[in-house]
Design a protein around this ligand. Sequence first.
Ligand code: GRF
Length: 209
Amino acid sequence: MKHLPIGIVGSGKGSNCRAILERIRSADLAAEARLVVSDVLDAPILDIAREFGVANAYLPAGRFRTRLEPAIEEQLVKMLRDAGVELVVLAGFMRVLHEPMLKAFPRRIINIHPSLLPKFPGLESWKQAFIAGETVTGCTVHYVDEEIDHGRILAQKEVRILPNDTAESLHARIQALEHELYPAVIAEFCKTYDEASQQIGGWPDKEVV
Ligand code: GRF
């Protein structure tokens, strides 16, 4: 099977990155992690990349808080392209992507979010669901567009909110499910990549899932 070259981009603790790299290491996922990039110098996600022997890089974001400076976003495109990345996997990346990345990787950037989108986009969405008195929340994998936590939904998993839950216990259960859901969605991309590489020598020019 032809392995799908992926790049993982994140700002924080990297538990989804770890789950993906573990699946790759145990040959459960036909992907190859080419590069891990973080906009935070001391983010644990970079340590995880090193632990798994994956090339990694710190990319200083520039002067904006919620996005990359356009020239820096172009730099990110170049880093990922130079590494031969075909699918960009956002894992806890705290900035909104814009034209440079979206144009360079159309239908090839995905994100995971800890709520049942379109409910509760934005920060600490498990807490938002908890405070709103929901009985069910969950996590979502979606294509990335220019809006926050917004593109077409690829897959979701539900988590029941239990009477004795705290926001923290709920968050832990959502994250455990994320670690199942994200590799499963990436596996779909791997399957399509392998089939398409054999048939047409590259990706189909459409959404994969
Ligand atoms: C995850 O909960 C994900 O849904 C959200 O950011 C968090 C990243 O966690 N987008 P981690 O860095 O993968 O542990």
